[in-house]
Ligand binder design. Structure first.
Ligand SMILES: Cc1cc2nc3c(=O)[nH]c(=O)nc-3n(C[C@H](O)[C@H](O)[C@H](O)COP(=O)(O)O)c2cc1C
Length: 529
């Protein structure tokens, strides 16, 4: 492979699901050897966080105007709330002898490859150092202690992925899902910070090797080789009371010269039967170097207000993926639909205030049941400047009929698109029995050619949009589900796309969910009482 971009395009092509063949994955699954979804480090001191479950008064609708409410103090209680509302457990499910945890952040296959670290230089909060969050126990593990330094009083959050957890089930395509999950995780963190009146700043300039050093991911001796973590994102928490100074990556080097590390990662699976070397190979090509800082700021956009009177923390804790939809439900109210779409447009609110780049992803909708809207295929451009280009890339059969809503929105073709939606999403009825489903179309080849690591960024953007839809759906009394399984080129075929200028990178569906009454729901943290 001559360039990193070539390697990335090769990976992407190879991991497409086709109508006649799925991407390479394991032929069978040994459920007894599923990787442990909870990483723990043996040999670390732990910090127990205050009992989770505190309800915050902030309404979901109030997050539209983040400047309007005052921020909470940064203390252990509120730090615990932040971590709980982004990565904590939300419930346990039980079916017969099987019991599994759900979390505030979703994850493809509920495998949860994302790991979360704090880098704390705030002596009043925690002993300065690096901490790993264990969602099951709602506690922090002190991986590293900084010694003898003047500390700047800040809190950073780093995210990483254990590719093995996802590859165990999904094989070569797993790397894509890990990146989606990071996008969901970033948005989950941003919403949780918003509930406390804080903002999350994604430090776009940081390079992956820095993140690996700061989080201790490059300490090979602390991990089993096949269960290593790959660095993804590094963020800073900002508070209204304190204007953040420019971030200087080198300020950390002093801390790490005199740092003491503790602990080794406990083994996640006893065997690693299938191996997917292409994931490691392409991960190397996807490594992000240090770059110039980018802080793309969206304009503040006023959103239609409907059904937003639940507290944000309640909606975050009740978020679930629908496993089945009521295909005979009443149509979704047009106002709710408009709100959900408008919430996907760049805005100066969570989670976009944690996003550093201009929109690269547009939305193709399969509308099934929305009051006052003809069923059919629609397009929501998230950057109106892309419309001309999209028009010339799409099939010439499309009508591009503007729909009367307060933002740009086009009907491409009317008609029943339920069967198409279902077939394209790996024959899953969740794509056709809902009110609408959608595909996220990313500006692809140009981004990869510019910087190969942006491949990951495109999936993060899709995951971030998915998290918006999850919460907006809950706010409207509906439910959403991320869809990572779809037939890539068949989707492109329906749109008339002929090359890889645009690629569909994620699907999503929203509607009235049907609950599976056979499943028992148990409280998230009864085991801590
Ligand atoms: C990136 C991603 C891809 C997903 N793909 C599918 C899918 O193709 N089909 C499906 O039924 N659920 C899918 N899900 C939903 C997950 O299975 C769900 O998030 C997980 O089981 C955890 O449940 P929860 O979302 O209710 O917490 C996906 C979720 C994510 C985040």
């Amino acid at each position: 492979m001559s360039t990193p971009a070539d390697a990335v395009i090769h990976y992407h092509q190879r991991t497409k699901h086709q109508l006649n063949a799925y991407a390479k994955g394991p032929e069978s699954l040994d459920w007894d050897d599923q990787p442990n979804p909870f990483r723990r480090f043996a040999g670390c001191e732990t910090v127990v966080l205050p009992m989770p479950g505190v309800e915050l008064a902030v309404l979901f609708g109030e997050l539209d105007q983040p400047v309007k409410f005052s921020d909470k103090p940064l203390n252990l209680q509120n730090l615990g709330v932040l971590l709980e509302l982004s990565f904590g457990l939300s419930a346990w499910k039980q079916f017969g002898p099987d019991r599994w945890a759900l979390r505030c952040n979703p994850s493809s296959g509920n495998l949860h490859p994302t790991e979360v670290y704090l880098l704390c230089t705030d002596e009043g909060l925690l002993r300065p150092g690096v901490y790993h969050y264990v969602s099951h126990d709602h506690r922090l593990e002190r991986r590293c202690q900084f010694i003898d330094k003047a500390f700047s009083g800040e809190l950073y959050i780093g995210l990483s992925s254990i590719h093995w957890r996802e590859a165990w089930k999904y094989g070569e395509r797993a790397l894509r899902y890990c990146q989606h999950d990071i996008g969901h995780a970033l948005a989950a963190l941003s919403y949780a910070a918003g509930c406390l009146g804080w903002t999350l700043e994604l430090l776009s300039e940081v390079g992956d090797s820095d993140i690996a050093t700061w989080l201790g991911l490059d300490r090979a001796e602390d991990f089993i080789e096949l269960e290593r973590e790959t660095p993804d994102l590094f963020c800073r928490l900002n508070f209204a009371t304190q204007k953040p100074a420019a971030f200087v990556a080198d300020t950390f080097s002093g801390f790490f010269q005199h740092a003491q590390w503790f602990g080794t990662a406990e083994r996640l699976s006893s065997r690693h039967f299938y191996r997917w070397p292409i994931i490691d190979e392409v991960t190397q090509q996807l490594s992000k170097p240090r770059t110039e800082p980018e802080r793309w700021q969206a304009q503040s956009l006023s959103l239609p207000v409907s059904h937003l009177h639940s507290t944000a923390s309640q909606l975050i804790r009740q978020r679930r993926s629908a496993q089945q939809f009521n295909g005979k439900a009443e149509p979704l109210a047009l106002t709710d639909f408009q709100r959900m779409l408008a919430a996907l447009l760049p805005n100066a609110k969570p989670p976009f205030n944690a996003w550093s780049w201009s929109p690269q992803v547009h939305i193709v909708l399969f509308v099934h049941r929305v009051a006052g809207l003809e069923p059919g295929l629609y397009l929501l451009p998230r950057d109106p400047q892309a419309v001309t280009e999209l028009k010339s890339a799409f099939s010439t059969d499309f009508a591009w009929q503007p729909v009367e809503v307060p933002f740009e929105f086009y009907l491409l073709t009317s008609g029943n698109v339920r069967q198409a939606a279902k077939t394209l999403s790996c024959h899953q009825p969740i794509a056709s029995d809902s009110a609408f489903s959608l595909g996220m179309l990313a500006r692809f080849a140009d981004n990869i050619a510019a910087e190969a690591w942006r491949y990951r960024r495109l999936f993060w953007e899709c995951g971030l949009l998915g998290q918006i839809l999850y919460l907006e759906a809950e706010a409207a009394g509906m439910r959403g589900t991320g869809i990572g399984c779809y037939f890539d080129d068949a989707v492109h075929g329906v749109l008339g796309l002929r090359d890889d200028t645009w690629q569909s990178l994620y699907h999503f569906t929203v509607g009235e969910s049907l609950e599976d009454k056979r499943l028992q729901t148990l409280p998230a943290y009864a085991h801590l009482c």
